[in-house]
Design a protein around this ligand. Structure first.
Ligand code: R5P
Length: 306
């Protein structure tokens, strides 16, 4: 087995490589003056299972193109099998037509990945559990929820006056699983509206809040933070219900430009994310805590080495 890192998350690649006790093999990635990339594998890979670690976080399109080229380079060089570890699968939210005339971007991504000859893809906490069904190749859907449960206990957030919150209806499955890892901790769900044109989010109401007003703390759990609108709006609504301490757990920090500042200045106490997307030091902020998924990835790779 050989393991390679794309440009998108070298830190995670190094952590997985360390956990596997397997040094990173190399690609030569040359960028032409017009921005095109030339990708060339530098190690011998004939008849070997090759792993590429490349979350397709922003810049999403650039990271996808690099991933496509890396897979092609390995396949042409004789790799027997290629597994792509893509903790964050870009375009996953565009999985059907929301408004007439739209492209189904995830379908396009799926087709290209399959055409390149990718054999297996490993992702984390997908927006919808139906995504794996779209793919014809082997699809592994892992989760950071057990790590979140462990951190909630370690950081003493698991208290009687705390409720788990899904910031939208789509997150109910996620919140139920996390609750089951925490001795059936109580949970509730926020009903939110999103303007499909502007992307603006508005948390409208809370459904299923057990014994209304008896909770003073909440843990919001989401798959991703992108504009930050969902969790900030959810936290503002919770504060109206006298819930004065709100922490957030999200697997994918797909932070758009101003999100670090928005979150630091929000009424959210702490934001827990994973290292599935690399946050450069200049985008990290005091409220941020990063949890590593590297061991989960390493364990899965070890169990499926062939
Ligand atoms: C939406 O349904 C997802 O689960 C996330 O809540 C959402 O994508 C987060 O995006 P944003 O941070 O832009 O509100």
């Amino acid at each position: 087995m050989k393991i390679f890192s794309g440009s998108s998350n070298k830190l995670l690649s190094q952590r997985v490589s360390k956990a596997l006790n397997l040094p990173l093999s190399k690609f030569e990635i040359f960028i032409f003056p017009d921005g095109e990339k030339r990708v060339k594998v530098q190690d011998r890979v004939v008849d070997l299972h090759c792993i590429i670690i490349q979350p397709t976080a922003p810049p999403v399109d650039q990271n996808y193109m690099e991933l496509f080229f890396m897979i092609d380079s390995l396949k042409r060089s004789g790799a027997s099998r290629v597994t792509a570890v893509v903790p964050y699968l870009g375009y996953q939210r565009q999985d059907h037509v929301f408004r007439d005339g739209e492209a189904v971007s995830l379908e396009v991504i799926r087709s290209v990945l399959e055409v390149t000859g990718l054999d297996r893809i490993i992702t984390f906490d997908l927006h919808t559990i139906k995504t794996p069904d779209l793919f014809k190749i082997e699809f592994v859907h892992l989760s950071a929820l057990k790590l979140f449960a462990k951190t909630i206990k370690e950081d003493k957030l698991f208290t009687k006056d705390t409720v788990l919150i899904s910031p939208d209806m789509g997150g109910i499955r996620r919140i139920k699983i996390l609750s089951s890892y925490l001795s059936d901790m109580p949970y509730a769900t926020i009903y939110k509206n999103r303007n499909l044109l502007t992307g603006e989010v508005n948390a409208v109401d809370i459904e299923g809040l057990p014994n209304k007003h008896s909770y003073t703390k909440a843990i919001i759990v989401d798959d991703m933070i992108s504009s930050g609108g969902t969790i900030i709006s959810a936290s503002n609504l919770l504060h109206k219900y006298n819930i004065s301490q709100v922490c957030v757990f999200a697997t994918h920090p797909v932070f758009s430009e101003k999100v670090p500042q928005l979150l630091q200045e929000s009424n959210i106490k702490r934001v827990y994310i994973t290292d599935g997307i690399e946050i450069p030091p200049n985008q990290q902020f005091p409220k941020l805590k990063i949890i590593s998924i590297s061991q989960i990835i390493a364990n899965n790779l070890l169990n499926n080495a062939q």
